[in-house]
Ligand binder design. Structure first.
Ligand code: RP5
Length: 170
């Protein structure tokens, strides 16, 4: 098995469905990852140990998703020099604005690259973009990924022009 280059960390198994978006895109791009559940509040020692050990184990980028008082990405960033990408998870009470503010408002000196609320897919792509700086193989895959996406948009536009609003929806 390939050594994971990306680590996907989430605060709870209730984050799984969203964080799978990162895993799916990394798989599509052929990038090895590992996924774990670690909580900044419920398992703080694990958060510290995992973050401290990640670089030595060969991980290059950490994606961390959490909701509510979402301190996990910031705590991880405090313990490692690896780039940390934060994913604010949507919450039932405050719709993820709580998570977003908790993650994005890092103190000067310890950055977390913050994605949109529930933006795990973009976190995966962003991690791949970081890795592509040192890998032409990943850069090629990303370029191909964008071409496919552009092709799909063009197809949709062609269909809209041909069919009009009502027919397009059917
Ligand atoms: C955060 O609290 C987790 O990241 C999750 O988004 C949220 C709720 O966790 P559970 O109570 O569902 O385990 O730490």
């Amino acid at each position: 098995m390939l050594k994971p280059l990306v680590s996907i960390v989430m605060g709870s198994d209730s984050d799984l469905d969203i964080m799978k978006g990162a895993a799916d895109v990394l798989e599509e791009l052929g990038i090895a990852y590992e996924a774990v559940i670690i909580s900044a509040h419920r398992t703080p020692e694990d958060a510290r140990d995992y973050s401290k050990g990640a670089e030595t184990r060969g991980v290059k980028v950490i994606i961390a998703g959490a909701g509510g008082a979402a301190h996990l990405p910031g705590v991880i960033a405090a313990y490692t020099l690896l780039p940390v990408i934060g994913v604010p998870i949507k919450t039932p009470t405050l719709k993820g604005v709580d998570s977003l503010y908790s993650i994005v408002q890092m103190p000067s000196g310890i950055p977390v690259g913050t994605m949109a609320i529930d933006g795990a897919k973009n976190a995966g792509i962003f991690a791949a973009e970081i890795l592509s700086l040192g890998s032409s193989e990943i850069a090629d895959k990303l370029s191909q990924y964008r071409s496919v996406m552009a092709g799909q948009v063009s197809e949709k536009s062609k269909r809209l022009v041909e069919k009009g609003f009502e027919e397009y929806k059917k």
